[in-house]
Design a protein around this ligand. Structure first.
Ligand code: UD1
Length: 419
Protein backbone atom coordinates (compact mmCIF):
# COMPACT_ATOMS: atom_id res chain seq x y z
CA UNK A 1 0.00 0.00 0.00
CA UNK A 2 1.26 3.47 -0.84
CA UNK A 3 2.36 5.87 1.88
CA UNK A 4 3.56 9.45 2.09
CA UNK A 5 6.81 10.33 3.79
CA UNK A 6 7.19 13.92 4.94
CA UNK A 7 10.18 15.55 6.56
CA UNK A 8 8.98 18.64 8.38
CA UNK A 9 10.58 22.00 8.97
CA UNK A 10 11.15 23.18 5.39
CA UNK A 11 9.92 26.57 4.17
CA UNK A 12 7.57 26.93 1.22
CA UNK A 13 8.49 29.14 -1.77
CA UNK A 14 6.96 29.10 -5.23
CA UNK A 15 3.67 28.85 -7.07
CA UNK A 16 0.86 26.32 -6.90
CA UNK A 17 -1.78 26.13 -9.61
CA UNK A 18 -5.14 25.07 -8.23
CA UNK A 19 -7.02 22.29 -10.03
CA UNK A 20 -10.66 22.25 -11.03
CA UNK A 21 -13.14 21.46 -8.28
CA UNK A 22 -13.84 17.79 -7.58
CA UNK A 23 -17.15 18.65 -5.92
CA UNK A 24 -18.26 20.66 -8.96
CA UNK A 25 -17.10 18.05 -11.49
CA UNK A 26 -18.98 15.12 -9.92
CA UNK A 27 -22.55 16.53 -10.16
CA UNK A 28 -21.82 17.99 -13.61
CA UNK A 29 -20.72 14.55 -14.85
CA UNK A 30 -23.89 13.02 -13.36
CA UNK A 31 -25.96 15.71 -15.07
CA UNK A 32 -24.57 14.81 -18.51
CA UNK A 33 -26.93 11.79 -18.35
CA UNK A 34 -29.79 14.22 -19.14
CA UNK A 35 -28.65 14.91 -22.70
CA UNK A 36 -27.92 12.70 -25.72
CA UNK A 37 -25.75 15.39 -27.28
CA UNK A 38 -22.00 15.68 -26.79
CA UNK A 39 -20.77 17.47 -23.65
CA UNK A 40 -17.17 18.50 -23.08
CA UNK A 41 -16.11 19.27 -19.52
CA UNK A 42 -12.76 21.03 -19.10
CA UNK A 43 -10.48 21.82 -16.15
CA UNK A 44 -11.45 18.60 -14.37
CA UNK A 45 -9.14 17.42 -11.60
CA UNK A 46 -7.54 14.06 -12.29
CA UNK A 47 -8.40 12.47 -8.95
CA UNK A 48 -9.84 9.08 -8.00
CA UNK A 49 -13.45 10.23 -7.43
CA UNK A 50 -13.64 11.82 -10.88
CA UNK A 51 -12.24 8.63 -12.44
CA UNK A 52 -14.80 6.57 -10.49
CA UNK A 53 -17.65 8.78 -11.79
CA UNK A 54 -16.28 8.42 -15.35
CA UNK A 55 -16.24 4.62 -14.88
CA UNK A 56 -19.78 4.72 -13.52
CA UNK A 57 -20.96 6.59 -16.62
CA UNK A 58 -19.22 4.24 -19.03
CA UNK A 59 -20.55 1.21 -17.11
CA UNK A 60 -24.12 2.39 -17.72
CA UNK A 61 -23.39 2.87 -21.44
CA UNK A 62 -22.17 6.45 -21.96
CA UNK A 63 -19.31 6.95 -24.37
CA UNK A 64 -16.67 8.58 -22.14
CA UNK A 65 -13.32 9.91 -23.33
CA UNK A 66 -11.14 11.08 -20.45
CA UNK A 67 -8.04 13.02 -21.48
CA UNK A 68 -5.87 13.15 -18.38
CA UNK A 69 -3.26 15.41 -19.95
CA UNK A 70 -5.70 18.03 -21.23
CA UNK A 71 -7.86 17.52 -18.11
CA UNK A 72 -11.02 17.23 -20.09
CA UNK A 73 -13.71 14.68 -20.58
CA UNK A 74 -16.02 14.17 -23.57
CA UNK A 75 -19.31 12.40 -23.05
CA UNK A 76 -21.90 11.23 -25.54
CA UNK A 77 -25.00 9.39 -24.39
CA UNK A 78 -27.70 7.53 -26.20
CA UNK A 79 -31.31 6.94 -25.34
CA UNK A 80 -30.72 3.51 -23.88
CA UNK A 81 -28.39 3.87 -20.94
CA UNK A 82 -28.62 1.17 -18.29
CA UNK A 83 -30.44 2.50 -15.24
CA UNK A 84 -28.45 0.48 -12.73
CA UNK A 85 -25.53 1.75 -10.59
CA UNK A 86 -23.88 -0.98 -8.55
CA UNK A 87 -22.61 -1.11 -4.98
CA UNK A 88 -19.11 -1.80 -6.30
CA UNK A 89 -18.91 1.75 -7.65
CA UNK A 90 -20.89 3.54 -4.96
CA UNK A 91 -19.10 2.01 -1.99
CA UNK A 92 -16.02 4.12 -2.65
CA UNK A 93 -17.73 7.37 -3.61
CA UNK A 94 -20.94 8.66 -2.05
CA UNK A 95 -21.46 11.21 -4.83
CA UNK A 96 -22.38 8.27 -7.11
CA UNK A 97 -25.91 8.66 -5.74
CA UNK A 98 -26.14 11.82 -7.88
CA UNK A 99 -26.95 9.62 -10.89
CA UNK A 100 -30.29 8.70 -9.27
CA UNK A 101 -32.04 11.99 -10.10
CA UNK A 102 -30.99 12.21 -13.78
CA UNK A 103 -31.61 8.49 -14.53
CA UNK A 104 -35.07 8.65 -12.99
CA UNK A 105 -35.91 11.91 -14.75
CA UNK A 106 -34.80 10.63 -18.16
CA UNK A 107 -35.89 6.99 -18.08
CA UNK A 108 -38.61 6.90 -15.40
CA UNK A 109 -36.76 4.16 -13.56
CA UNK A 110 -33.46 3.67 -11.69
CA UNK A 111 -31.84 1.16 -9.40
CA UNK A 112 -28.93 2.70 -7.53
CA UNK A 113 -26.95 1.29 -4.64
CA UNK A 114 -27.26 3.02 -1.30
CA UNK A 115 -23.91 4.73 -0.81
CA UNK A 116 -21.56 3.06 1.65
CA UNK A 117 -20.98 4.20 5.23
CA UNK A 118 -18.62 7.03 5.92
CA UNK A 119 -16.25 7.76 8.78
CA UNK A 120 -17.34 11.40 9.15
CA UNK A 121 -20.96 10.62 9.98
CA UNK A 122 -24.00 8.55 9.02
CA UNK A 123 -24.73 10.70 5.93
CA UNK A 124 -28.30 9.67 5.13
CA UNK A 125 -29.96 10.42 1.76
CA UNK A 126 -33.51 10.85 3.06
CA UNK A 127 -33.69 14.43 1.71
CA UNK A 128 -32.94 13.18 -1.84
CA UNK A 129 -35.51 10.37 -1.62
CA UNK A 130 -38.29 12.43 0.04
CA UNK A 131 -37.99 15.10 -2.64
CA UNK A 132 -38.13 12.56 -5.49
CA UNK A 133 -41.22 10.98 -3.89
CA UNK A 134 -42.84 14.41 -3.76
CA UNK A 135 -42.14 14.68 -7.49
CA UNK A 136 -44.18 11.52 -8.04
CA UNK A 137 -41.56 8.77 -7.80
CA UNK A 138 -42.30 5.46 -6.16
CA UNK A 139 -39.26 4.56 -4.07
CA UNK A 140 -38.39 1.32 -2.34
CA UNK A 141 -35.17 0.64 -0.44
CA UNK A 142 -34.33 -3.05 -0.30
CA UNK A 143 -31.17 -5.19 -0.13
CA UNK A 144 -28.94 -2.13 -0.12
CA UNK A 145 -30.48 -0.66 -3.27
CA UNK A 146 -32.83 2.23 -4.02
CA UNK A 147 -35.43 1.18 -6.57
CA UNK A 148 -37.17 4.21 -7.97
CA UNK A 149 -39.80 4.49 -10.66
CA UNK A 150 -41.91 7.27 -12.14
CA UNK A 151 -43.66 5.66 -15.10
CA UNK A 152 -45.34 8.88 -16.23
CA UNK A 153 -42.24 10.96 -15.51
CA UNK A 154 -41.41 13.26 -12.61
CA UNK A 155 -43.75 16.16 -11.89
CA UNK A 156 -42.67 19.63 -10.83
CA UNK A 157 -43.78 20.75 -7.36
CA UNK A 158 -42.69 22.84 -4.37
CA UNK A 159 -39.90 21.29 -2.32
CA UNK A 160 -38.71 22.95 0.85
CA UNK A 161 -35.64 21.08 2.11
CA UNK A 162 -35.88 20.72 5.91
CA UNK A 163 -32.07 20.93 6.09
CA UNK A 164 -29.51 22.48 3.73
CA UNK A 165 -27.86 19.70 1.73
CA UNK A 166 -25.44 20.14 -1.15
CA UNK A 167 -26.07 16.66 -2.59
CA UNK A 168 -29.88 16.77 -2.26
CA UNK A 169 -30.02 20.24 -3.87
CA UNK A 170 -27.89 18.97 -6.79
CA UNK A 171 -29.74 15.66 -7.29
CA UNK A 172 -33.19 17.28 -7.31
CA UNK A 173 -32.09 20.29 -9.34
CA UNK A 174 -30.77 17.95 -12.07
CA UNK A 175 -33.90 15.76 -11.98
CA UNK A 176 -36.22 18.79 -12.15
CA UNK A 177 -34.70 19.87 -15.47
CA UNK A 178 -36.61 17.08 -17.28
CA UNK A 179 -39.68 17.01 -14.99
CA UNK A 180 -43.10 18.12 -16.19
CA UNK A 181 -43.88 21.71 -15.22
CA UNK A 182 -42.27 23.92 -12.63
CA UNK A 183 -40.26 22.78 -9.61
CA UNK A 184 -39.63 25.28 -6.85
CA UNK A 185 -36.72 24.37 -4.58
CA UNK A 186 -36.44 26.22 -1.28
CA UNK A 187 -33.77 26.24 1.46
CA UNK A 188 -31.21 25.09 -1.12
CA UNK A 189 -27.45 24.85 -0.73
CA UNK A 190 -25.70 27.77 -2.43
CA UNK A 191 -22.14 26.42 -2.53
CA UNK A 192 -20.10 27.67 -5.53
CA UNK A 193 -20.18 24.07 -6.83
CA UNK A 194 -24.02 24.17 -6.90
CA UNK A 195 -23.79 27.50 -8.73
CA UNK A 196 -21.37 26.00 -11.26
CA UNK A 197 -23.81 23.13 -11.83
CA UNK A 198 -26.54 25.71 -12.56
CA UNK A 199 -24.27 27.44 -15.10
CA UNK A 200 -23.61 24.09 -16.81
CA UNK A 201 -27.31 23.08 -16.83
CA UNK A 202 -28.34 26.44 -18.32
CA UNK A 203 -25.77 25.98 -21.10
CA UNK A 204 -27.41 22.59 -21.79
CA UNK A 205 -30.70 24.39 -22.32
CA UNK A 206 -32.28 23.87 -18.88
CA UNK A 207 -34.59 26.64 -17.71
CA UNK A 208 -33.41 27.62 -14.24
CA UNK A 209 -34.01 30.77 -12.28
CA UNK A 210 -32.04 31.31 -9.08
CA UNK A 211 -33.86 33.68 -6.75
CA UNK A 212 -31.80 35.12 -3.91
CA UNK A 213 -29.46 32.81 -2.04
CA UNK A 214 -31.55 29.74 -1.27
CA UNK A 215 -34.37 29.47 -3.85
CA UNK A 216 -34.21 27.88 -7.29
CA UNK A 217 -37.09 27.59 -9.79
CA UNK A 218 -36.79 25.10 -12.63
CA UNK A 219 -39.11 24.74 -15.61
CA UNK A 220 -38.78 21.27 -17.08
CA UNK A 221 -37.90 20.90 -20.77
CA UNK A 222 -38.06 17.89 -23.12
CA UNK A 223 -34.75 18.04 -24.94
CA UNK A 224 -31.32 19.40 -24.22
CA UNK A 225 -28.36 20.64 -26.23
CA UNK A 226 -24.67 19.93 -26.46
CA UNK A 227 -22.22 22.15 -24.59
CA UNK A 228 -18.68 22.85 -23.44
CA UNK A 229 -18.07 23.85 -19.83
CA UNK A 230 -15.00 24.77 -17.78
CA UNK A 231 -15.32 23.67 -14.15
CA UNK A 232 -14.59 26.24 -11.40
CA UNK A 233 -11.47 26.00 -9.25
CA UNK A 234 -11.29 23.86 -6.13
CA UNK A 235 -11.74 26.26 -3.22
CA UNK A 236 -10.97 23.53 -0.68
CA UNK A 237 -7.68 22.68 -2.38
CA UNK A 238 -6.86 26.42 -2.48
CA UNK A 239 -7.72 26.79 1.23
CA UNK A 240 -5.53 23.80 2.06
CA UNK A 241 -2.51 25.35 0.32
CA UNK A 242 -3.12 28.74 1.97
CA UNK A 243 -2.88 26.93 5.30
CA UNK A 244 0.24 25.04 4.14
CA UNK A 245 1.87 28.39 3.34
CA UNK A 246 0.79 29.93 6.65
CA UNK A 247 2.29 26.98 8.53
CA UNK A 248 5.61 26.72 6.71
CA UNK A 249 6.77 30.26 7.02
CA UNK A 250 7.53 31.02 3.40
CA UNK A 251 5.79 32.77 0.54
CA UNK A 252 3.39 31.05 -1.84
CA UNK A 253 1.58 32.26 -4.92
CA UNK A 254 -1.70 30.41 -5.46
CA UNK A 255 -3.05 30.74 -8.99
CA UNK A 256 -6.08 29.75 -11.09
CA UNK A 257 -8.57 30.90 -8.44
CA UNK A 258 -11.15 33.61 -7.78
CA UNK A 259 -10.47 35.00 -4.28
CA UNK A 260 -13.99 36.51 -4.11
CA UNK A 261 -15.46 33.01 -3.82
CA UNK A 262 -13.29 32.39 -0.75
CA UNK A 263 -13.87 35.65 1.06
CA UNK A 264 -15.07 33.98 4.31
CA UNK A 265 -11.95 31.82 4.55
CA UNK A 266 -9.62 34.68 3.60
CA UNK A 267 -11.18 37.06 6.16
CA UNK A 268 -10.87 34.46 8.86
CA UNK A 269 -7.24 33.70 8.04
CA UNK A 270 -6.57 37.46 8.01
CA UNK A 271 -7.96 37.55 11.56
CA UNK A 272 -5.34 34.93 12.46
CA UNK A 273 -2.83 37.45 11.02
CA UNK A 274 -1.97 35.39 7.93
CA UNK A 275 -0.89 37.82 5.18
CA UNK A 276 -2.87 37.32 1.98
CA UNK A 277 -2.45 39.66 -0.98
CA UNK A 278 -5.50 39.33 -3.23
CA UNK A 279 -5.51 39.82 -6.99
CA UNK A 280 -8.21 38.97 -9.52
CA UNK A 281 -7.04 35.44 -10.30
CA UNK A 282 -4.37 34.70 -7.71
CA UNK A 283 -3.27 35.37 -4.14
CA UNK A 284 0.11 35.54 -2.40
CA UNK A 285 0.33 34.09 1.09
CA UNK A 286 3.00 34.61 3.73
CA UNK A 287 2.92 33.91 7.44
CA UNK A 288 3.31 36.30 10.36
CA UNK A 289 5.68 35.88 13.31
CA UNK A 290 2.71 35.16 15.55
CA UNK A 291 -0.50 33.41 14.53
CA UNK A 292 -3.54 34.63 16.48
CA UNK A 293 -6.09 32.33 18.10
CA UNK A 294 -9.61 32.23 16.70
CA UNK A 295 -13.04 30.68 17.29
CA UNK A 296 -14.85 29.26 14.26
CA UNK A 297 -17.99 27.30 13.38
CA UNK A 298 -18.55 25.32 10.20
CA UNK A 299 -21.66 26.31 8.24
CA UNK A 300 -23.15 25.92 4.77
CA UNK A 301 -21.76 28.39 2.20
CA UNK A 302 -21.08 31.29 2.58
CA UNK A 303 -20.06 30.11 6.07
CA UNK A 304 -16.74 28.43 6.86
CA UNK A 305 -16.63 25.04 5.07
CA UNK A 306 -16.55 21.78 7.01
CA UNK A 307 -14.14 20.52 4.33
CA UNK A 308 -11.46 22.92 5.68
CA UNK A 309 -12.08 22.22 9.35
CA UNK A 310 -9.37 19.57 9.80
CA UNK A 311 -6.78 21.71 8.00
CA UNK A 312 -7.40 24.88 10.03
CA UNK A 313 -7.16 22.84 13.20
CA UNK A 314 -3.48 22.20 12.40
CA UNK A 315 -2.92 25.94 12.02
CA UNK A 316 -4.58 26.49 15.40
CA UNK A 317 -1.98 24.24 17.09
CA UNK A 318 0.53 26.95 16.15
CA UNK A 319 -1.63 29.89 17.30
CA UNK A 320 -1.18 32.00 20.42
CA UNK A 321 -3.58 30.76 23.12
CA UNK A 322 -6.62 28.53 22.79
CA UNK A 323 -8.72 28.37 19.62
CA UNK A 324 -12.07 26.61 19.25
CA UNK A 325 -14.01 24.89 16.48
CA UNK A 326 -17.71 24.01 16.46
CA UNK A 327 -18.48 21.42 13.77
CA UNK A 328 -22.11 21.90 12.74
CA UNK A 329 -22.32 19.82 9.55
CA UNK A 330 -21.09 16.28 10.29
CA UNK A 331 -21.47 14.61 13.68
CA UNK A 332 -18.25 12.61 13.58
CA UNK A 333 -15.77 14.86 11.86
CA UNK A 334 -13.02 14.92 14.48
CA UNK A 335 -11.44 11.59 13.47
CA UNK A 336 -8.16 13.36 12.73
CA UNK A 337 -7.83 14.56 16.33
CA UNK A 338 -6.48 11.31 17.75
CA UNK A 339 -3.77 11.21 15.08
CA UNK A 340 -2.87 14.89 15.67
CA UNK A 341 -2.60 14.12 19.40
CA UNK A 342 -0.15 11.31 18.57
CA UNK A 343 1.94 13.99 16.88
CA UNK A 344 1.93 16.10 20.04
CA UNK A 345 -1.15 18.33 19.61
CA UNK A 346 -3.18 19.23 22.69
CA UNK A 347 -6.84 19.12 21.64
CA UNK A 348 -9.90 18.54 23.81
CA UNK A 349 -13.20 17.38 22.32
CA UNK A 350 -16.61 17.86 23.88
CA UNK A 351 -19.46 16.77 21.60
CA UNK A 352 -19.18 18.80 18.40
CA UNK A 353 -16.73 21.28 19.91
CA UNK A 354 -12.94 21.15 19.86
CA UNK A 355 -10.58 23.20 22.02
CA UNK A 356 -7.14 23.54 20.44
CA UNK A 357 -4.20 24.63 22.59
CA UNK A 358 -1.75 26.72 20.62
CA UNK A 359 2.05 26.99 20.45
CA UNK A 360 2.48 23.23 20.35
CA UNK A 361 5.54 21.60 18.85
CA UNK A 362 4.42 18.73 16.65
CA UNK A 363 6.58 15.61 16.28
CA UNK A 364 6.72 13.29 13.29
CA UNK A 365 4.97 9.94 13.72
CA UNK A 366 3.48 7.11 11.71
CA UNK A 367 -0.19 8.01 11.29
CA UNK A 368 -3.28 6.74 9.53
CA UNK A 369 -5.57 8.69 7.20
CA UNK A 370 -9.29 8.13 7.90
CA UNK A 371 -11.02 10.29 5.30
CA UNK A 372 -10.15 12.74 2.57
CA UNK A 373 -9.79 15.97 4.56
CA UNK A 374 -8.39 14.19 7.64
CA UNK A 375 -5.61 12.83 5.41
CA UNK A 376 -4.61 16.24 4.17
CA UNK A 377 -4.60 17.64 7.70
CA UNK A 378 -1.99 15.00 8.57
CA UNK A 379 0.07 16.11 5.56
CA UNK A 380 -0.06 19.69 6.88
CA UNK A 381 0.91 18.52 10.37
CA UNK A 382 3.80 16.55 8.87
CA UNK A 383 5.10 19.68 7.11
CA UNK A 384 5.64 21.46 10.45
CA UNK A 385 6.53 18.44 12.58
CA UNK A 386 10.00 17.69 13.80
CA UNK A 387 11.53 14.76 11.90
CA UNK A 388 9.68 12.30 9.68
CA UNK A 389 5.96 11.62 9.37
CA UNK A 390 4.64 8.57 7.54
CA UNK A 391 1.02 8.69 6.41
CA UNK A 392 -0.71 5.38 5.72
CA UNK A 393 -3.91 4.75 3.74
CA UNK A 394 -3.35 7.67 1.38
CA UNK A 395 -5.93 6.33 -1.06
CA UNK A 396 -8.27 8.71 0.77
CA UNK A 397 -6.04 11.61 -0.25
CA UNK A 398 -5.94 10.45 -3.87
CA UNK A 399 -9.74 10.69 -4.03
CA UNK A 400 -9.60 14.48 -3.95
CA UNK A 401 -6.11 16.02 -4.18
CA UNK A 402 -4.38 16.10 -7.55
CA UNK A 403 -0.62 15.44 -7.37
CA UNK A 404 -0.31 16.88 -3.87
CA UNK A 405 3.23 15.61 -3.29
CA UNK A 406 4.37 17.09 -6.60
CA UNK A 407 2.72 20.46 -5.97
CA UNK A 408 4.30 20.75 -2.52
CA UNK A 409 7.75 19.36 -3.35
CA UNK A 410 8.01 21.75 -6.33
CA UNK A 411 7.81 24.52 -3.72
CA UNK A 412 10.71 23.24 -1.63
CA UNK A 413 8.88 20.99 0.84
CA UNK A 414 10.11 17.48 1.53
CA UNK A 415 7.33 15.06 0.72
CA UNK A 416 7.45 11.85 -1.28
CA UNK A 417 5.28 8.86 -2.09
CA UNK A 418 6.53 5.44 -1.01
CA UNK A 419 5.18 2.67 -3.17
C1 UD1 B 1 -21.05 17.61 0.03
C2 UD1 B 1 -19.58 17.55 -0.34
C3 UD1 B 1 -18.73 17.32 0.89
C4 UD1 B 1 -19.03 18.39 1.94
C5 UD1 B 1 -20.53 18.48 2.21
C6 UD1 B 1 -20.90 19.63 3.14
C7 UD1 B 1 -19.60 16.67 -2.59
C8 UD1 B 1 -19.30 15.54 -3.51
N1 UD1 B 1 -19.39 16.47 -1.29
O1 UD1 B 1 -21.39 16.35 0.59
O2 UD1 B 1 -17.35 17.39 0.52
O3 UD1 B 1 -18.37 18.07 3.16
O4 UD1 B 1 -21.26 18.67 0.98
O5 UD1 B 1 -20.48 20.83 2.61
O6 UD1 B 1 -19.96 17.75 -3.03
N2 UD1 B 1 -28.11 15.15 5.23
C9 UD1 B 1 -29.24 14.52 5.65
N3 UD1 B 1 -30.02 13.89 4.71
C10 UD1 B 1 -29.71 13.90 3.38
C11 UD1 B 1 -28.55 14.56 2.96
C12 UD1 B 1 -27.77 15.19 3.90
O7 UD1 B 1 -29.56 14.50 6.84
O8 UD1 B 1 -30.47 13.32 2.59
C13 UD1 B 1 -27.25 15.83 6.21
C14 UD1 B 1 -25.84 15.24 6.28
O9 UD1 B 1 -25.78 14.13 7.12
C15 UD1 B 1 -25.04 16.42 6.80
C16 UD1 B 1 -25.74 17.62 6.16
O10 UD1 B 1 -27.04 17.16 5.78
O11 UD1 B 1 -25.18 16.50 8.20
C17 UD1 B 1 -25.03 18.20 4.96
O12 UD1 B 1 -24.72 17.17 4.05
P1 UD1 B 1 -24.67 17.40 2.48
O13 UD1 B 1 -24.60 18.87 2.23
O14 UD1 B 1 -25.76 16.64 1.84
O15 UD1 B 1 -23.28 16.74 2.10
P2 UD1 B 1 -22.93 15.96 0.77
O16 UD1 B 1 -23.71 16.51 -0.37
O17 UD1 B 1 -22.96 14.50 1.02
Amino acid sequence: MEKLEITGGKRIFGTIKISGSKNATLPILAATILTNKKTIIKNIPIVRDVETMATLLSTIGSSVKLNKIKKKIEIINNNSLKTFASYNLLKTMRAGVLVLGPLLAKYGTAKVSLPGGCSIGSRPINLHLNALEKMGADIKVKNGYIKASAKKGLKGCLIRFPKISVGATENILIAACLAKGKTKLRNCASEPEVQDLIVFLKKLGCRINKIGKRSIDILGVEKLKSTVHKVIFDRIEAGTYIIAAALTNGRLKITNINPKIMSTEIKLLNKMKINIIKRKKYIIVSSPKKIKKINIETKPYPGFPTDLQAQIMVLMTKGEGISTIKENIFENRFMHVSELRRMGAHIEILGNKAKIYGKKKLNGAEVMATDLRASVCLVLAGLVAKEKTIINRIYHLDRGYEKIEKKLSNCGLKIKRLT
